[in-house]
Design a protein around this ligand. Structure first.
Ligand SMILES: *Cc1c(COP(=O)(O)O)cnc(C)c1O
Length: 429
């Protein structure tokens, strides 16, 4: 698989290189030069396989000979160790639950596959993954790399500024996962990470890698669960399928559009956002006018400059689809709360991100269509918010309940690059 840089088409790299590098020159995103196309007969055949077998086939068709099929198969088996079930919500609406992984959100799929691939392509070279988190991404990265050989993971987070539940989720792992509570805010953590990447000697010595969210390997992994959703539907449901994606940085929607590009018959997609609605407004007016980011109940979607958007534009251009065919809608917090209660009355316990996607889907679904919305997080991940809205207690899944009693293993550190540098160079523990 060859990929080009969207900001400089002469910057062309292999899939392995793109995964190691993350971004290209001038911070440009990598985009596949060619995509495979599965015929309707191929699709039928894929649908008869189980999740991991099918995913290995799809990823191998995308990645090509650069990584041996058996290696891809092993990466998939190690990464996708939990299901992605479709649950019925109404007669004409279902949800694809993507939150059965270790950190209770869809990001586990992408993070775990990326981790497997990074270790695979690094061969025997040691890598250090350094990342700053305000809570969620750090957890997905930590779990994804836990116990993998030749990788050390260092995660910085603002001391006292993430929820106790979040902290337990990734600061209790130990082994090759080191967590540092920095005396400062999230920006201070990000600035420390940036200084580390600007330090050429450090970068070289410890094999720094960012494993960040725009990595192409994550998006390829996410294509697989759109096929998994489709495989679980009846022929009637498949016929006029509409998928609503709760969007922040638009990685999930990018993966869905790739799935359609390689032959999965999806009628249309809905881009659903909260009040950070740069994309819906752009699709309505043709003007790209990001506002200041506002805090909402669906906080993983509080993004006003979605960094995957250039990839979406490129897909529409390359496929010669009209951007007009991308349905869209934005939902405020009040409607999100009402919707969560409405879903609960129907017997489906959701959380704010899923509720946003359901709302826009319900409002825009036409007769004869079948709608799926992506359930991107487990309700327990947003326990406090969900309990306040529904006025009742919800239970923690067992894996998380068990973590609560484990001791925190974090180091603490002032917001001082010299201290971080020493820590990184020491290779302690
Ligand atoms: C990250 C995230 C989103 C947004 O996904 P994008 O791929 O960034 O659009 C939605 N819901 C939850 C729970 C998330 O963690």
């Amino acid at each position: 698989m060859k990929l080009y840089n969207l900001k400089d088409h002469t910057d062309i790299v292999s899939f392995s290189q793109a995964t190691k590098q993350g971004l290209g020159r001038n911070q440009g995103l990598f985009f596949p030069q060619q995509l495979p196309l599965f015929s309707p007969v191929d699709i039928e055949q894929l649908l008869t396989m189980n999740f991991t077998q099918r995913s290995a086939k799809i990823l191998s068709a995308l990645i090509g000979k650069e990584i041996a099929y058996t290696d891809i198969q092993r990466c998939v088996n190690n990464a996708f160790q939990f299901p992605a079930p479709v649950k019925a919500v109404e007669q004409d609406i279902g949800t694809l639950e993507l939150f059965h992984g270790p950190t209770l959100a869809f990001k586990d799929f992408g993070a775990r596959f990326m981790a497997q691939i990074l270790v695979q392509v690094a061969a025997q070279n040691k890598i250090t993954v350094l990342t700053a988190t305000s809570g969620d991404t750090g957890a997905a990265v930590a779990h994804a790399f836990h116990h993998l050989p030749n990788v050390r993971v260092v995660i910085l987070y603002p001391n006292g500024k993430i929820s106790p539940l979040q902290e337990k989720l990734f600061c209790t792992l130990g082994d090759n996962i080191q967590t540092i509570a920095v005396d400062g805010d999230f920006d201070a953590c990000q600035s420390l990470v940036k200084q580390a990447f600007d330090d050429a000697e450090l970068k070289q010595t410890i094999g720094l890698n960012s494993a960040n969210s725009i990595n192409i390997s994550r998006l390829l992994a996410q294509i697989c669960y759109y096929f998994e959703a489709y495989a679980q539907l009846t022929p009637t449901q498949r016929h006029n399928l509409v998928i609503s994606v709760p969007s922040g940085n638009f990685g999930n929607l990018t993966a869905g559009l790739f799935a359609k590009s390689i032959g999965l018959p999806i009628k249309r997609f809905i881009a659903a956002t909260n009040l950070n609605d740069t994309v819906p407004r752009y699709l309505d007016t043709g003007k790209w006018l990001p506002h200041a980011t506002v805090a909402t109940l669906s906080n993983a979607m509080d993004v006003s400059r979605p960094n995957n958007w250039p990839r979406i534009e490129e897909i529409f251009k390359r496929q010669q689809w009209s951007l007009q065919s991308l349905s869209h809608g934005a939902v405020n917090d009040e409607v999100t709360q009402q919707t969560l209660r409405e879903l609960d009355k129907k017997g489906y316990l959701s959380e704010p991100h899923g509720a946003v996607a359901y709302r826009v889907l319900r409002d825009q679904l036409q007769t004869g269509e079948y709608g799926l919305f992506l359930g991107t997080a487990h309700p327990a991940k947003f326990k406090q918010v969900v309990e306040a809205i529904l006025q009742r207690q919800i239970e923690l899944p067992q894996a998380l309940a068990e973590r609560i009693d484990l001791p925190l293993l974090s180091h603490t550190m002032p917001s001082d690059f010299t201290r971080l540098r020493t820590f990184l160079m020491e290779h302690e523990e």
